[in-house]
Design a protein. Structure first.
Length: 346
């Protein structure tokens, strides 16, 4: 088998975070799990569906622990390893933490794909870990029907700086650091109609680390922080609202999205994960037509950070973000708890 002829996406039934179990099914799984005993030092567990677990060390610092893995969303093995690694690291950054080290999780169909291809996946992961300033310190591998790769990552953070998806307040303004559309582009690639330059833009986005989360942890006016991945913008925003006891309103025209994305939506490049997402939380959403829902519920792989900011600090925040290379504009706001979790402003 010629390495250059291998297209990893042909060996998997799902793509990136689009193969996550839907929010509705995940809720049923977690509801069946036995409740664990109380651990006072566990600051963040799975009670609010946050991005990572956080454990207080008792000395003013906390350890952050997370894991994330999925099947290929791109054909190039090095890019696959890199994107999966950026995606896993994002959970640390979404809590405001600094990563310390990572270990790899590899499932490989050894009867279908050469081990050298898996080696390239690992090389892509090492490159990203080097960019993040951490070692890829080990891992575990199994023989698996489909290629799977990801990382388990450990990070640290001052306890006082931990950011959660639970602190949004009425009046807060909403911001997103990456454009939406990755799942749609991945689906267009599977259909064979994607333009190379559009794939390149999507790949660049997925390979961009959310390092800005470390700096965001020091800003007192950032009330809630999470990353947008497989549940789409609506799903992750709904989680923020549910666990903060609030609702949100979105101006669709201001939602960051890849400028060419309507071209693919018109060709029905809608991932199956979009419909699973809407089946899970669509009853909590109001006022969006289908064409908007298909973008807002699009499963993102290695998506951006969703940030809830106190309105009186919006100018300072936007200046701060611009100075750090993120010229952001608010796309919505947090409001008091209503009948729906997320609503359209029109």
């Amino acid at each position: 088998m010629n390495m250059s002829d291998i297209k990893l996406t042909q060996y998997s039934h799902g793509a990136g975070c689009g193969c996550k179990i839907s929010p509705g099914v995940l809720s049923k799984i977690l509801n069946k799990a036995d409740h664990q005993s109380s651990f006072p030092n566990l600051l963040v567990g799975n009670d609010s569906n946050d991005d990572a677990a956080v454990f207080d060390l008792g000395n003013g610092e906390a350890i952050i622990s997370t894991t994330d893995f999925f099947m290929p969303i791109v054909d190039d093995p090095s890019d696959f390893g890199g994107i999966a690694s950026v995606n896993a690291l994002s959970d640390i950054y979404a809590m405001g933490g600094t990563p310390l080290m990572a270990i790899a999780i590899l499932g490989w169909p050894i009867d279908k794909l050469p081990p050298e291809v898996a080696g390239e996946v690992l090389n892509g992961a090492r490159k990203v870990c080097k960019e993040a300033g951490i070692p890829l310190a080990g891992g575990h591998s199994i023989d698996c029907p489909e290629p799977i790769f990801g990382l388990a990552v450990t990070g640290r953070i001052p306890v006082e700086n931990v950011k959660r998806n639970t602190g949004a307040k009425p009046g807060d303004l909403l911001y997103l650091t990456k454009e939406l559309g990755v799942g749609i582009i991945a689906t267009s690639q599977k259909k064979g109609i994607s333009r190379p330059e559009h794939l390149e833009i999507a790949k660049k986005s997925m390979l961009t680390l959310n390092k800005i989360g470390i700096k965001l942890s020091t800003l007192s006016y950032v009330n809630a922080l999470t990353d947008v991945t497989g549940f789409g913008l609506l799903g992750h925003l709904a989680e923020v609202c549910e666990h903060s006891g609030v609702s949100a309103k979105i101006r669709f025209s201001d939602v960051p999205r890849m400028p060419f994305i309507d071209e693919y939506l018109a060709q029905k490049c809608i991932p199956g994960g979009t419909f699973r997402n809407l089946d899970s939380y669509g009853h909590q959403i109001d006022g969006f037509p289908d064409n908007q829902l298909h973008l807002l519920a699009d499963p993102q792989t290695s998506g951006g950070l969703l940030i809830s900011v106190s309105p009186d600090s919006a100018e300072s925040f936007e200046k701060f973000m611009h100075e750090n290379g993120f010229p952001l504009k608010s796309f919505g706001e947090i409001v008091g708890k209503g009948e729906f979790l997320v609503m359209s402003m029109g």
